[in-house]
Design a protein. Sequence first.
Lengths: 453, 313
Amino acid sequence: MAFDRMTRRDVLRATALTTAAGATLSAPAVHAQATTTLRCGFWDHWVPAGNGAMRELCAEWGEKNRVNVQVDFITSVGNQNLLTIAAQAQSRSGHDILSFPTWEPAAKYDLLEPLDDVMGRLTAKYGPVNAAAEYLGKIRGKWVAIPAVSGTQMKPACVRFDLLQEHAGIDIRAMWPASNTRGPGADTWNWDTFLVAAEKCHAAGVPFGIPMGSFTDAVDAVGAIMASFGASMMDRDGKVTVQGNAKLKTAVEYLVKLSRFLPNDVWAWDDGANNRALISGRSALVFNPPSAWAVAKRDAPQVAEKCWTVPVPAGPEGRFTPYLPYFWGIWAFSRNKGPAKQLLEFLSERSSAEKQTNTSNGYDIPPFVSMNNFEVWAKEGPPQGTVYNYPLREHHNATASIAMAPAPAEFAVQAYQQALNTKVVARIAQGGETIDQSLDWLHRELTNIVRGG
Amino acid sequence: MVADGSHATGGMASRGRGRANAMQRFARRRSTIAFLMTLPLLSIIVGLVAYPAAYAIYLSTLNRRMTAFAGTLNFELLFESDTFWMVAFQSCFFAVTAVLLKASIGFWLAHMLHHIPDKGQRKWRGMLLVPWVIPPALSTLGWWWMFDPSYSSINWLLSVISVPEVPWLGHHWWARIAIIMVNVWIGAPFFMIMYLAALKSVPEQLYEAAMIDGASSFQRLRYVTLPMMANIISITVLFSLIVTFANYDIVRVLTNGGPRDLTHVFASYAFQVGILSGNIPRGAAVSLFMFPILALCAFFVLRSVTRRNKEQM
């Protein structure tokens, strides 16, 4: 028998060859069989079809690369996504890829795999991302997460053009048409004009719906106004810059004035209250992504067809549009970092980004400035072109802004979540404090945050 | 078995097999068996109570990034924060007011029910328990719709009778009242059912004797009902105080702590600081403040219960 003639050396050689062949064939993500399982936890999109796009893209990439991609969608309702991130960070186990809301990459940067290589390739291909995305995703010189498309939103002004024309005499559609040009009067679209229009619309019973509570829409809008006045509460080195800050004082004074022309219950508004104000026809303007218009299109079409999205007004230091991005990150404890990076790169490519944006009816905003020209924003309606000015375009001369920047992210997130910028206004306008008392309080709160490290 | 009951087995059989060694004697001790039998419960308490509590204390001593020991820094920073002291005041105000109202309303409802005939009583009892049975997050959402800043249905009803709009969630005192109202609505049935059970256990002869002595209805309440229910009232109040103090969902759904942090309680503030702001050690420090306050309450309530029991023996 052949077996009888086998020496011990033959057996060892055969075993070694079999092991090597087996290892090669089972090498993850290389050969015919999908032996790698990549677990992804993406944000559960508000637009139902949004999840479908992500699932299809992951399946497409998985099939091409022989990787089994498992996708979970984690809701942000009840902060479920934040709790999931906290639990996985504590237990050092969970998904390979996770969607991180705005401030989480900075909070978990030491637990995240650096993605400079992926971002390097993407920026070489598509140019730079906007400044706010870089501020939030590039921590201590390293990209710790990739600015995501799915879930990322801008909050420009969504205007009832008929009401603004009727009560404030502003033809907003002529000012900001659905083309890459500024119309007549676009240069006068600043916070002074805005204040006058706010007063007139308030008097007419259709006040602007700007929340002033502690939810993100309020913090983002107030943050953008402060930024356009050049007002910051903390510098990039973490030094509190409240005392003797003339720009901050001017911005707060402006906000107190503006708050007088807002509905008197804005101090209690949540992120849905401004949408409801617009959809019910009780407000002439809100700062919001197109979701408010999309719901109006479904529930109150007569309102939706009179909505027009335009850039945020400009201030003395420029025009700043509230930006609230999601990020895709890979845990440092993931065992599938290679395939995870490939998948994230694929999801960020132009075709994938366009699919996500199209599926979400233009809601999702890609971080790359060069991608702000997808056709969906020109086609959506009625009225056609209503969300043309939703993404930042060159002629807007605007900057994406996140409230509390340029403070170091670890301090900024605390000030942001505690809505210190809206509270400083509320303490004056609602609480009856003087501006100096309110700013003193702000100084103490920020100092306390910084002392905590 | 020895007279003091320290051994579970004994007698001729064991003696017949010769002297048991130390291990066997240890295993046969009643205290050992008792310990072994309580071990499942002890492990649950250690795993689900002691360990999380110890872990929270450990977390509160770390720095924000949880990379180094920070001693009492988190507590010192909380003491220096205006917002924290405001939260402490609001937590106490919310818990004490809500529990007092729940106890009073529950007591009144229990009395009303107690005097309804059995058949009708069951229907009323079922109906009155509904607020307690509905998941609080769901019922609070219903209340939020009624208090909604812009479209409050309560305000709409008030406008029908020409009462001006109430800023239920926009003004801090109204917001506090709204939160307490919802908590009382949810929690009063619990008091009602506990007090009803206690009322049913009061011997009828005591009331008869009091009536023969010419006691008025208030005197019967003061000198018969209340002393007989004292223990159940104390325990229910303590239990509710603990649950109300740790309440989170009502504040989160109704006001999110606003306006201007004036409705935050310890739990909602701890969540905001710990999870939302990414400062878990500081959040743990906030939540730990509930512990000494509740421990103090528990100590006094349980001491008075023990004292009353001794007096009755």
